[in-house]
Design a protein around this ligand. Sequence first.
Ligand code: PDD
Length: 295
Amino acid sequence: MTRPHAPRIVYVNGAFLPFEEARIPIMDRGFLFGDGIYEVTAVLEGRLIDNDPHLLRLDRSLAGIGIRNPYSLAEWTTIQRQLMRDNALEEGLIYIEVTRGVYEREFTCPPDIPPTVVMFTQVKPVRDNPNLTRGAAIITVPDLRWARRDIKSTALLAQVLAKQEAKAAGVAEAWMVEDGFVTEGASSTAFLVTENDEIVTRPLSQAVLPGITRMAIIEVAKAMGLRLVERPFAVEEIATAREAFFTSASTIAMPVVQVDGRQVGGGQPGPVVRALRERYLAAVMEQPREDARQS
Ligand code: PDD
């Protein structure tokens, strides 16, 4: 049972505080330069979903930009569980942000300033997304991002613009395109199911974020004996695909039924994405709730 989000408790640099009292100095490098990284873990029925891989990616992002990880995996998890308890969070998201810290506005700063850590929860329907039954419409946009998209940087201007374009077009997501090939969604990993019943998604590289849900869904596909091919796909391939879908912590696996105004796969959510999603959720629900574990 989720109670209303009041009082909302957030975490800032070691303290659990009412949302209204939480403050970050204006000289924080996350604010001034986007000099930080973030991570998002979904919560379903009191469970942190795929949390260890999310925390490992957090560690990798920090290492990628030379910020020391202030906590161990166990310490991060303890704070997440405390936030879940304090906010009675049953379903939604836990957001983590780590910035290089606070210093006078100069491009460089000493290596040993303490990083800023902010964490908060968001109540959100993760499982019962309104787009699920009919499937999502999306648009394609040019990929305007930097060259290290494997780092989960808080510098998200290109994604914000892509999402705003999607919203203005009345659709749920934007797939970003570079040299005629889809890189990924503005906040998701892109997949197709081809005419030959191959599930296709782009291989990992610096061009895309190594999606945690991507990894989990690939495992499910393999366990189901489905054929999975990691290769870039061109925008034109969408037209002949049986199915299209995207994955992320917050949407799990979302069928796509329309791209740039053209129907995909007969305009109905396809059986492959539905089966992958169901199998994945069934496995997740076999895990114990966080409040039934030691922390
Ligand atoms: N976004 N690609 C991009 C560019 C993303 O921002 C995300 C996640 C993904 C999917 O990754 P994962 O399966 O690990 O959530 C792929 C999060 C949810 C966000 O920005 O809110």
